[in-house]
Design a binder for this molecule. Sequence first.
Ligand code: G6Q
Length: 543
Amino acid sequence: MRTHLSEWQALAQHAQTARELHLRDLFREDPRRAERFSLEAAGWLLDYSKNRITQETMERLRALARACDVPGAIRAMFAGERINRTENRAVLHVALRNRSNTPIRVDGQDVMPAVNGVLERMAAFARQVRDGSWTGYRSRRPVRNIVNLGIGGSDLGPAMAAEALRFYSDRRLRVRFVSNVDGTHLAETLLGLEPVETLFVVASKTFTTQETMTNAESARRWLLRALKDDAAVSRHFVAVSTNREAVSRFGIDPQNMFEFWDWVGGRYSLCSAIGLPLMIAIGPENFFRMLDGFHAMDRHFAEAPLEKNLPVTLALLGVWYRNFLSAESHAVLPYDQYLARFPAYLQQLDMESNGKGVDRQGRPVDCATGPILWGEPGTNGQHAFFQLIHQGTALVPADFIGFCRSLNDVGDHHLKLMSNFVAQTEALAFGKTAAEAAAEKVPPELVPHKTFPGNRPSNTLLADALTPDALGALIALYEHKVFVQGVIWDVFSFDQWGVELGKVLAKKVLDELSAGAEPQLSHDSSTNAIVRRLRARRYPALE
Ligand code: G6Q
């Protein structure tokens, strides 16, 4: 068990004194603190000096990482070992963006020719859509609307990245994402679209997911209502999947299926064919630049020693707060409107990977695992929940993500944005003492309210501009951070069994909700009553 490790116990001991440290004193005592606790890789600066750590803290955390064999785990992942043991799969998202093209083997077979082959087919298809030569069924009209139908890992990555890289997108094309089984999502998205100008990308690794298949069937009906010929499906639907059989059963031409593999986890699949709608939006060259950024961070992660390793450092800081200073959540605060969906994307990456309660031997874990991850872009969050981070009782370590240059140089907006970015981390770290408040002539009764305790930790992540490669490197940074934390907590980060039970129960409830005759209900009294009410009040009434 992790807490039995002497390195763990040493950290717990060390945390008792570290709890007393204040960032004000740490910075006062060491004028070179920022330099000492800053790292750079793949175009990103990480300044982690505004954390409640000392040199000793970091050394002890790295000792823990070594005791948990983080270096061995990194090697095993890159070597294509079946580290996803509960699903008996290798974990090789790094192969998808292996731009140096060195062989990466699964069961002795190099996967790079297949990876490169699919990327080439994607690029050829994306070019056809972008240059207008992919036209609607029996029409000369080019496709203008691309609607991705997918959910979870088959939605969040491309949806987030299409927003993040919107600056680079072809504005003649409208790329949209429908995920929810709620018919409103599809209905509102299709409103006003011309079927003959619309291409659906059905993105599903398994091609059995209820939400995606329901949306795909409804989209097909919508298309055929207008085009009135089943043959139109093969012109207006393409698929991204590992399930060739189900794809052709749906009526999609296997020529228009873009394949990926079981060693690509859903939430790690953005660089696979799942990225197709993004590639159509921003073009293959920008997509490849994004892969270059991913690869640069992958190389850094695989090669840099622990003390210079950005993903390892972020992971260890997270472990420090979660396990030794009892933080329950972690905020991610991008100061860039294009990154509006980044926290939602990271929520899946982090919480689905490390939201686990048993260790790799199947025993209940003896330490806290993944934190609750949340966030919103700055400066919006400042006018909403930042109050709690500054003066509330919860410790919320935060990552501030920003860029030196804006892609939209409008007046002095960027200077104002970034002045807030800087000021927030400063205010969080150093606060304002009661004496300082009093010196500002704050009425005595208000002094406690206008005092800021400070000592609230943050990381600053800064890149020059939000380019495709900067985005790729940023995503890879978090992917590997989550991986390292999973190793330290000794949980399996690449499965998600916790989502299964609800799916199974929903099937039963669906039968009950849609049954003609009043069904015999055998749930608890609460569930029975809700099912009855839904049936009774559904309008128009069930026959
Ligand atoms: C991600 C999960 C999950 C998955 C969706 C969609 O890591 O596995 O979010 O991506 O359930 O699955 P399909 O791609 O099979 O439709």
